[in-house]
Structure formats: C-alpha cells, structure tokens
Design a protein around this ligand. Structure first.
Ligand SMILES: *Cc1c(COP(=O)(O)O)cnc(C)c1O
Length: 377
C-alpha cells in the first residue's frame, strides 16, 4: 500500500485464515465436512477473498445470508456449493437456479410458495429446535417428518439443518439446552434417513468445539475461521488467532491546557496539561461511537485512550505519556503492537457487544489489504 493511501485500513492475513481452518479441520471427525460461513462480506473480512483462500484448502461448501451475497460469490468464480441461510423473495427463484444457489426453506408457507414456482432450485429445510427464529418446530416431530417427506416430492430438497443458540455457554442449563436441541435434531434426521440427504448439519463454531451431533455430516463454521471467539469467555484451541489488523495513522498532535475540553459535547475536560493525537478514523469507518471516553488504541507499543466523543471521521486519544508520536505515526485499532494487543473481542467487551458486530461494522471505505506469509499484498 502506498503511504498516501494510509488513512484507515485493514490487513487481513489469509495464511492465518488457512491455519485456523486447518486447526478446526484437525479437531473434527473425518466424516464431518466444513461449510464455511462467509455471510456479511465474510464477517467484514471480504467474502470473495476468504472463500477463495478456503477453496485452496479444499473447502467446497459455503453459506451466506442472502441471494445477493450468493450471486457475488458465483460471479467471482467460487465453485463450491452456496447455501443461503436467510429469506429470499421468490421473485429471485430463477436467479437462485441460474447461479446454482441453495435456498433455505424457512417455514411451511415459504416451502409451499417455493414449490409452486416449479423451478428445481436445490433447497434445505430449516428446523427450529429452540431458537424460535426460523424453521419447522422440532417439538412437533411427526408434523416435521410429514412436511419434509411431502416436500421432498415437490421440491429439490437435499438437506435439513438447525441452529444452536447457546452453544457458546458452558453453564449447566445452557449445556442441557444445547444438548436437547441436538437430540431433537438428530432424532428427526434419523427418521428421515431413507431420504439420503446430502446435507445434515447443526453445529456452528461453538457447537463444533464443544458439542457433537452424530448424524450430522457438516459443521457450519463462521467466527472461529476469522480467529474470534463465539463468546468472549471462551478459550479457543491453540494456534487459532484473529486474521484481521485494523490500522490508522496520527494526523495531528497538539498540547492542550488543563481545563480545555475535547470534541463534541465537550464530554472530556482535561484536568492537567496533556498531549492529544487526532486519528482520521471515525464511526463512519465502524469505529464505534460507544468507545467515546472509553476505548484505546495502540501507538508505539503503548495504550492511548480515547478522549472525547468519537466523531464521524476522526477521534482523539491521549498520548501524554507516549514518546515519538507525530503526524504519520502508525496506530493500531485492532491487532498487535509491540507487547500490547487489542482484539475485536476486547473492544466488544468494552461496549457490551460481541466481536462479530465489531468486525461486521467496519465500513466500506476502509480498504482491506490481503496478506499471505512471505508476501505483502
Ligand atoms: C452465522 C451462522 C452460522 C455461523 O455461526 P458462528 O458462530 O459464526 O460459527 C452458522 N449457522 C447459521 C444458521 C448462521 O446464521
């Protein structure tokens, strides 16, 4: 990257992505394949680049949230299967077929309408085992079986899946709940065994690490491939690391006197003379405004705390105690810097959200640079 483009940018380590995949692969039984979840632009990391790097590792199945994400992957040359996890208006039926995308059947009514289109789009039935989001209610086992058998004659049905909602928690109640979800799912899938579904799956990242579903032949891995935790209390397997670094630079350094305020709303008032650096990244880049007077960045291997409110395109940090901070000095918003590091999960904890949201929120105007070990492009 040219220095003149250095305002706010990310560096995404595709070699680390491939390592994360390999570690997960190594922990899974051989009879389970990995479906890589690359929805929301690969959790903000770039869906096409992530999918390509995983295809190199032999991944042949992907999941996205909507038809547009699916079409984009296809148009970029991704060859693997692509499952759409969410709602697609039926007006897109022909597109689903033309781009060889698999659609989730969200409910009986959706499946009905889908069958009436009379286009042989590959599809998978969602089963609701307790999340109450989408799918057929697994508590009504017979109903589920009947519906699925019925639709297996009317549509090109090649799979069933469910989604776990507390697989990242290890309190007793949540372990029991997850276990129940998996038992319900496995029971239904067993009843349908003669339909020989190509896709049977229920484990997300957390599920694949801490639970098992005997009948499943796939796991759906998202967050762990990007090196983040399903839940900040989790401990990830050795060697799994975040693949993303977010950087910016110092645009200006100034000294302010005790009593001066900083930024909109004058929410920070200096109680001593201080040195303040301005950073040309803001909430429009995805640097969350909740980090006002709370977050920190890394400069020259030290923490510099946010002072005042995060603006749309800039924010200020306290560099009073940090040497050699000048215009152009590199700033790490997420990543490692000397002995310090700050992850998307750390930032999420400060503002009571999850790492997923931090990386998904990174703005379109923040360029993604892709790196592999041994080359810087
Ligand atoms: C997002 C999503 C996943 C991936 O979850 P992670 O926690 O990122 O592994 C799997 N399945 C469904 C249905 C999803 O929506």
């Amino acid at each position: 990257m040219n220095d003149y483009e250095k305002r706010s940018w990310t560096e995404i380590n595709l070699t680390q992505l491939q390592k994360n995949y390999q570690i997960c692969r190594g922990l899974l039984p051989m009879n389970k394949k990995v479906m890589a979840v690359v929805k929301a632009d690969g959790y903000g990391h770039g869906d096409v680049e992530v999918a390509q790097a995983l295809e190199e590792m032999g991944v042949m199945d992907f999941a996205v949230s909507n038809v547009h994400e699916g079409i984009r992957l296809r148009q970029s040359g991704i060859k693997g299967s692509i499952l759409i996890l969410g709602y697609t208006p039926l007006e897109y039926g022909q597109k689903l077929f033309d781009y060889d995308l698999m659609q989730t059947l969200i409910s009986e009514s959706y499946a009905d309408a889908f069958a009436k289109m009379n286009i042989p789009v590959k599809c998978q039935f969602a089963i609701d085992t307790g999340m109450n989001r989408i799918g057929l209610n697994a508590d009504e086992l017979e109903y589920c079986e009947d519906i699925i058998r019925d639709f297996s004659k009317k549509v090109n049905l090649i799979g069933v899946y469910t989604h776990l909602c507390v697989a990242d928690c290890n309190t007793e109640n949540e372990l029991i709940f997850t276990n129940d979800q998996i038992i319900k799912f496995d029971k239904l899938a067993n009843l349908l065994e003669d339909l020989n579904f190509a896709y049977i799956h229920c484990l997300n990242s957390a599920g694949s690490l801490w639970h098992d579903s005997e009948i499943s032949n796939f796991v759906r891995l998202g967050i762990i491939l990007y090196g983040l935790k399903p839940n900040s209390l989790n401990v990830l397997p050795n060697g799994i690391k975040p693949i993303l670094t977010w950087k910016s630079v110092v645009s200006m350094v100034k000294t302010i006197r005790a009593g001066a305020s900083i930024g909109y709303g004058r929410s920070y008032v200096a109680d001593h003379d201080m040195r303040v650096a301005t950073i040309p990244t803001g909430y429009a880049d995805g640097y969350n405004r909740m980090l006002s007077n709370q977050g920190y960045v890394l400069i020259n291997g030290e923490k510099a705390f946010v002072v005042g409110r995060v603006c749309m395109d800039q924010f200020m940090v306290d560099v009073t105690e940090i040497d050699s901070v000048n215009m152009g000095t590199e700033v790490v918003l997420i990543g490692e810097c000397g002995k310090e590091h700050i992850s998307a999960d750390d930032i999420a904890d400060m503002i009571e959200t999850i790492g997923y949201e931090i990386v998904c929120d990174m703005g379109k105007r923040v360029p993604r640079l892709y790196k592999r070990d041994g080359n810087d492009n």
